[in-house]
Write a protein that binds this ligand. Structure first.
Ligand SMILES: Nc1ncnc2c1ncn2[C@@H]1O[C@H](COP(=O)(O)OP(=O)(O)O)[C@@H](O)[C@H]1O
Ligand SMILES: [Mg+2]
Length: 345
């Protein structure tokens, strides 16, 4: 155990406890494929405070998962390459650490849960074994102690009859229960930051709500930073503090959750908001955004959203892409016409 702790301290010798647990600065990722270069992440920046939930929101194919993979150091290389930027954990740039040291950061400091719990668990070992292994490997615990910790964790994520279920295999759990197991594994080593990539997408609506409530509870209890990746604007309203809206590999709006819901400043955000089914507008036409996001091998010049945008003018179709305008002291939007969109021109 002592050697493990020493290595961890070496890897993060420069870590400043007063610095933010996660800061992403101007991150760039590209995939070099036979069909060309896919510009998956094009200058993404965001901060995460302890105890804060930041949602990263956007349709499929906007670079959300790639952003998470780059932060975690699990990008598929080749074909994926980080071509610029910084990922700071308490002031230490993780992108500069060797793989052996990054491994210590994963799970211990920054953990991740994936959309598909079944493929992330090993089918041939019991859930208890897989949880206990984390404590044996990372904490040098005995077989008996680590098994006891595994039961505690299943209890923590509210799996009924944890003492018995710890001996079951992943396929013996329902989708929702498996996602609880994934949360237990992610929290096992007390990370300061949890990245949840579409954690409820594969589940039915009732179970989705239960899992989100659980995540929010655990996050509050542990004062953990949570990066919640989702394509579903309905999911984030209750749990997020701040939202980064992504489109074609860029953050196109960044704001507190109330501001976003009250008065979106980017037409894309507005479109996402209008496509949430609302009970109070029953029978009202759903105005989902027409068309699809661009292929990231072929991003339109100017604002990447311009072909789908009802506000688009000539200036929007020409490079450079609109900068992030300061909408207020605490929010930005990358739209030349944000005042009009927001409704206070
Ligand atoms: N393994 C890969 N190989 C090649 N291109 C990839 C790979 N993973 C992601 N990409 C590219 O990055 C884009 C964004 O992917 P992703 O981050 O998974 O989107 P999402 O916002 O849905 O999570 C994809 O549309 C694709 O162009
Ligand atoms: Mg994804």
């Amino acid at each position: 155990m002592s050697t493990d702790v020493n290595v961890k301290m070496d890897a993060l010798a420069g870590a400043d406890p007063d610095a933010l647990p996660l800061q992403v600065k101007d991150l760039h990722v590209e995939f070099r494929t036979r069909n060309g270069v896919a510009h998956a992440v094009n200058g993404v920046s965001f901060d995460l405070r302890a105890g804060e939930t930041r949602a990263i929101l956007g349709e499929s194919g906007c670079g959300k998962s790639v952003t998470a993979q780059a932060i975690m150091g699990i990008l598929d290389t080749p074909p994926g390459y980080i071509t610029g930027g910084e990922v700071l954990y308490r002031g230490v740039d993780l992108l500069k650490l060797p793989e052996s040291e990054r491994r210590k950061v994963r799970a211990n400091r920054i953990a991740m849960i994936f959309q598909d719990a079944l493929s992330a668990l090993n089918p041939v070992f019991t859930v208890g074994f897989q949880l206990a292994e984390l404590f044996r490997k990372h904490r040098g615990m005995s077989r008996k102690d680590s098994k006891a910790r595994a039961v505690e964790l299943l209890d923590l994520v509210k799996i009924p009859a944890a003492k018995q279920r710890v001996n079951d295999y992943p396929h013996q759990f329902s989708g929702g229960m498996r996602q609880r197991v994934m949360i237990a594994m992610a929290l096992a080593l007390d990370p300061e930051v949890l990245i949840a990539d579409e954690p409820t997408t594969a589940l039915d609506v009732t179970v989705q709500a239960q899992i989100m409530t659980l995540l929010a509870e655990l996050q509050r209890e542990r004062n953990m930073g949570l990066v919640l990746i989702t394509h579903d604007m309905g999911v984030v309203a209750d749990v997020a503090d701040r939202i980064s809206v992504m489109y074609a590999g860029r953050v196109i709006e960044e704001a507190g959750v109330e501001d976003i819901y009250a008065s979106p400043a980017h037409p894309y955000t507005k479109g996402l908001l209008e496509s949430i089914p609302r009970l109070d507008l029953k029978g009202h036409e759903l105005s989902a955004i027409k068309g699809l996001p661009p292929m990231l091998t072929n991003i339109p010049p100017g604002c990447a959203f311009n072909p789908r945008c009802r506000y688009a003018q000539e200036v929007c179709r020409k490079d450079p892409a609109p900068p992030l305008y300061q909408v207020s002291s605490s929010r930005t939007a990358a739209c030349h016409f944000w005042k009009e969109v927001k409704g206070d021109e």
